[in-house]
Every structure is written in structure tokens, then in C-alpha cells.
Design a protein around this ligand. Structure first.
Ligand code: TXA
Ligand code: MG
Length: 324
């Protein structure tokens, strides 16, 4: 995780876009421009590439990521679009609008990218290099803003380099981003709801829907108000989750990390070798699988709180929190 990469900055042209696409295919991290901000891209279908992306950003938690696709046809393979979603997509894609939609059952995007949720955020960027890269790659690309966690979003290649030099493989430089703020996020999981104001004004969206967008109540997490995008974005298993378990009880399932004790019940190992990137990539799908076994509780072995371990432990702590 402390491996220094030789981050290359390449001017975007047909040849470097092919290079970038091959880099994504190989599980690499590629920063690229969109009309809103520069994104840090990884192959959405490769859990380990997504885990490396979280590590490069230094995110202390696994927020779900936006999957970027070429257009409506690609979007329909990943998510279910109701009439409102189709109308918004027709009106505003490509452009600075992200839609949160019910995930298709056979959606190939990794569970880590959607943080274990049944919903998925989709966006079709308009910027020419982003479009060319998505066309060349032919699969969904997850891309949060290409900055270190807690820093402001980058709107040119120099900002990306300043934050992520040595932590990512490649930056495609195609000049500054014309919009400069992130996309507007609308959830279409019931009544259309504005999760994040952004590059597309609310009024434009409401004119197409012919009704007002709902605004979520500000949820409160202890004393700290949650960011709108974080609402309803925690995977909660049905089973109780018991943390820092050295060994499971007879009626539990075991979510192991590193060398595991012998156990007759259901066991999944996040990483027998103790690799945090591998563990992050498997976390949400393994929680789901153990939950589906119908056990009363899932015992989770300790995970070191370093590197991606901090984000893994954040999510495990939320999964273990008493349900409201
Ligand atoms: O303009 C943009 O949207 C840029 C460019 C690169 O496309 N990307 C971006 O990504 O801003 P990021 O990761 O910084 O913001 C993604 C937001 C987060 O607030 C996350 O919680 C929310 O999208 N999100 C993603 N999937 C979600 C889901 N299934 N439900 C609710 N919120 C979701
Ligand atoms: Mg961001």
C-alpha cells in the first residue's frame, strides 16, 4: 500500500486514451477530466482495483461511488430506470447529473463500489476525453473526485498531480473542467429526491419532472449532520455483527481475516494472508453471503486499523451498530 507509483501525466489524444483504457483493464488507477471535476477512475467490475482506489484517496470510509457509463443503453444493463429516470436521462445525459437507481440483479459492478447497497449511482459525462475513454474501455468506470480525502475537488491536471502523485498510474490532461462543481445527484428509488446539489440546477430537473424534488431531512449521526449523499447509504446486515471476535460461538458465522481458527459453521475469509486490499474488495459481498446463511450473528475477527483497515473498520462498526 505504500508502493510509490511513477504517475504519468499524458495529454489526452487517441493514443493516450488507448493507454489509459489498457491501464484500467489491468486494474490501474487513471485520473481523467469530466465537465464537472477530474475523476479518479478504476474498472467498476474489479473489486481489488476499487479497493486500491479507496486506498489512493485515503478515504477513511467506503462511501458508494458513481459508475460512469457511455449512455442510456449501458445504464439500463446496470440499473432499473422508471419513467422519471428515463425522462431525466433523455433530457440531461450526457451532462452533470447523477441518478441513484435500483441495481439490476446481475449488475457486474463490484459490491465494494456500491458499498453493499441495492442501489447504484450512474452518470454519463459529456466531456470529450471522458466519453472517449468510456467508449474505448467499454465497461463502467467508477470515479470519485481525484483528490485526497478531505481536500477540495480538482479542476485541472495539476491539482490532481499535487494530491495524488505517486499514488496513481496515470493522469489524462485535457485542460480545465468547464463546470467546476460536482454533478447534481438525484435518487429515483421512490419520489425523486435531491441528494446533492451540483452542476445541474434543481429548477431544470423539476421542469422535466413537472413536480418539485424532495429534499431529504438532514439525518443526524450523533451530533454531526450527515452529508446528503450519505443518507441511506449504509449496508445493514440482518444478522447481529460482533466485532473483534477471536473465535466464533456455535450459532454464529465467522468472517475471518488472516489465519482463522477451525470452525464447523459458515466461514468466509476476507484475506487468509492478511492483505487489506483483498479484504476491502471482499467485505460487502462476504457480509451479504454470511447474512444470507440465516445465522443470528456474524463474528468478525480483528482487522488492523491501518491503511484500508480504517475504512474496513468504519464499515464494520456501522454494520455492528444497534439498529434504530
Ligand atoms: O461530478 C461528479 O459527480 C464527480 C465526477 C468525477 O464524476 N464525481 C464525484 O464522486 O463527485 P464522489 O465520489 O466525490 O461523490 C459521489 C457521491 C457521494 O456523496 C456518495 O455518497 C453518493 O455519490 N452516492 C453514490 N452512490 C450512492 C447510492 N447508491 N446512494 C446514495 N448516494 C450515493
Ligand atoms: Mg469528492
Amino acid at each position: 500500500m505504500t508502493v510509490e507509483l511513477a504517475t504519468r501525466v499524458l495529454p489526452a489524444d487517441p493514443a493516450t486514451i488507448e493507454t489509459a483504457s489498457a491501464c484500467l483493464e489491468a486494474g490501474g488507477l487513471v485520473a481523467f477530466p469530466t465537465e464537472t471535476v477530474y475523476g479518479l477512475g478504476a474498472d467498476a467490475t474489479q473489486g481489488e482495483a476499487v479497493a486500491r482506489l479507496y486506498a489512493a484517496k485515503g478515504r477513511p470510509a467506503f462511501n458508494p461511488l458513481i459508475s460512469h457509463v457511455t449512455g442510456l443503453v449501458a445504464a439500463r444493463k446496470l440499473a432499473r430506470l422508471d419513467a422519471d429516470a428515463e425522462r431525466l436521462a433523455q433530457a440531461f445525459w450526457p451532462g452533470p447529473l447523477t441518478l441513484v437507481l435500483p441495481k439490476q440483479p446481475d449488475c457486474p459492478v463490484s459490491d465494494l463500489a456500491t458499498a453493499g447497497l441495492d442501489s447504484i449511482a450512474l452518470r454519463v459525462p459529456a466531456q470529450r476525453t471522458a466519453r472517449a475513454l468510456l467508449e474505448a474501455f467499454g465497461k463502467p468506470v467508477v470515479a470519485p473526485s481525484a483528490n485526497r480525502s478531505g481536500h477540495v475537488s480538482p479542476t485541472d491536471a495539476g491539482h490532481v498531480l499535487a494530491d495524488l502523485r505517486g499514488r496513481i498510474d496515470l493522469i489524462l490532461d485535457d485542460g480545465p473542467c468547464p463546470v467546476g462543481v460536482e454533478s447534481t445527484i438525484v435518487a429515483l428509488l421512490g419520489e425523486p429526491t435531491l441528494l446533492r446539489p451540483g452542476g445541474l440546477p434543481r429548477g431544470d430537473i423539476e421542469r422535466v419532472l413537472v413536480r418539485p424534488l424532495r429534499t431529504p431531512e438532514r439525518a443526524v449521526d450523533g451530533d454531526a449532520p450527515l452529508a446528503p449523499g450519505m443518507l441511506a447509504s449504509h449496508y445493514a446486515p440482518r444478522a447481529k455483527v460482533r466485532l473483534n471476535a477471536e473465535r466464533p460461538h456455535a450459532d454464529e458465522a465467522l468472517l475471518a481475516f488472516g489465519p482463522a481458527p477451525a470452525f464447523a459453521g459458515p466461514v468466509l475469509n476476507l484475506s487468509p494472508n492478511g492483505d487489506l486490499v483483498e479484504a476491502a474488495a471482499k467485505l460487502f459481498s462476504y457480509l451479504r453471503r454470511l447474512d444470507a446463511a440465516g445465522v443470528a450473528a456474524i463474528a468478525v475477527m480483528p482487522v488492523p486499523n491501518e491503511g484500508l483497515g480504517e475504512a474496513i473498520n468504519d464499515r464494520l462498526a456501522r454494520a455492528a451498530a444497534p439498529k434504530a
